[in-house]
Write a protein that binds this ligand. Structure first.
Ligand SMILES: [Fe+2]
Ligand SMILES: [Fe+2]
Length: 365
């Protein structure tokens, strides 16, 4: 268990609780999502086989695939004995899944806030089901990560993103930070992980969780689409800026946070990190080229940012002419490929039924 709970300062949250005296269905799409959520509950202790052993060799991504494991191209990695490779990869996987676990805790708390903060009864009903879903996700992921290795501490950038989403008084910002950015990342990542994992317990856990996440992101998209046209211009601008800040933190956690932890784990396993860094600098273009080729083969849309988060922000017009230059700069700084020639004019086609979309787990769909 992480041991920093006592030393983690609490987050002061500004929350305005709104009553709604209209008990009749008002936003049909949200009422339908609520009904679906009630119908599709599952129980982590009952519906997953926790007694099964996890084979460490199957619990991690395919280490030969540059898309799944870019570092596998380095000589310093290739020279390691197989047991060492497995041990490092397992720790990296446990670290990554720990971040999803901590994100689930953030989602649990934000969903509970939304019960109070959203103005429509349909929105409150739905947020109550999401709260229960997230409790189940925390339960299931903590159990899985504990079985795999141990729970790693939260990355500071992810913590920062959760903090700003919890702390804001504005429910539309909470929905952008959580349902669009963080849950968009989770939804697309879980979908990709279902394509690549060879570990049956994780595959089943991801199948169950990703269906719930499809409803959660659907809630954010449908609810925001409904209310944004009526928001005053200054509030929309603030929301656009918040969306960019949330995306920036999400990218930093995925690249910087994971990179920092990777170096730490490598060093703890006795790998010559300085030699690895030198090799990365010397072979930078070659490694980037292989990564881009692998991404192209998989389809750029498999990337959560390219395939889900930015199209959704664009569709909601939170990514627009005013904010696009900042996103372009962010993409360049982080050497993220797949955006060349892409326009953010809101013309992306998003899947209508996200619960069906998450089941399209074969490459190329
Ligand atoms: Fe979740
Ligand atoms: Fe969620």
């Amino acid at each position: 268990m992480p041991n920093e709970d006592a030393s983690t300062p609490p987050v002061d949250c500004a929350l305005r609780a709104l009553y709604s005296w209209n008990y009749e269905p008002e936003i049909d799409e949200l009422r339908t999502l609520y009904a679906n959520a009630l119908d599709r509950q599952w129980i982590a202790v009952r519906d997953l086989d926790w007694e099964c052993d996890i084979d460490p060799a199957h619990a991690v991504a395919n280490l030969e695939d540059p898309q799944q494991f870019p570092i596998g191209q380095l000589h310093v990695w290739q020279e390691l004995p197989d047991e060492k490779k497995q041990s490092i990869a397992l720790k990296l996987n446990a670290f990554m899944l720990s971040q999803f676990l901590h994100g689930e805790q953030g989602a649990l708390m934000v969903a509970a806030q939304l019960v109070n903060a959203v103005p429509h009864m349909d929105g409150k009903f739905y947020a109550s089901t999401q709260t229960l879903d997230e409790a189940r996700h925390v339960e299931a992921f903590s159990r899985y990560v504990g079985k795999l290795d141990r729970i790693y501490d939260i990355d500071p950038t992810l913590k920062d993103l959760l903090d700003i989403t919890l702390a804001t008084e504005d429910w539309t910002k909470k929905a952008v930070g959580m349902q669009i950015v963080l849950e968009g990342l989770a939804l697309a990542s879980f979908r990709n992980m279902r394509r690549t994992t060879r570990e049956p317990l994780l595959a089943e856990l991801l199948r169950l969780v990703s269906h719930d996440e499809a409803r959660h992101t659907g809630y954010g998209i449908k609810y925001l689409s409904r209310v944004l046209p009526d928001l005053p211009e200054d509030e929309v601008r603030e929301l656009e800026d918040f969306a960019f800040e949330a995306t920036r933190r999400m990218i930093d956690q995925r690249t910087g946070g994971f990179g920092r932890k990777m170096l730490e784990i490598f060093a703890s396993e006795g790998v010559d990190v300085a030699r690895g860094m030198t090799e990365i600098l010397q072979r930078r273009d070659e490694i980037k080229g292989a990564l881009v080729a692998a991404r192209k083969e998989q389809g750029f849309d498999a990337d959560p940012l390219r395939g889900f988060i930015m199209p959704t922000l664009s569709k909601l017009r939170l990514l627009n002419e005013r904010t696009e230059p900042r996103y372009r700069e962010l993409i360049d700084q982080n050497m993220i490929s797949g955006f060349e020639g892409t326009s953010f004019d809101g013309s992306f086609s998003l899947p209508d039924d996200l619960e069906t979309w998450v089941d399209e787990t074969s490459t190329g769909n």
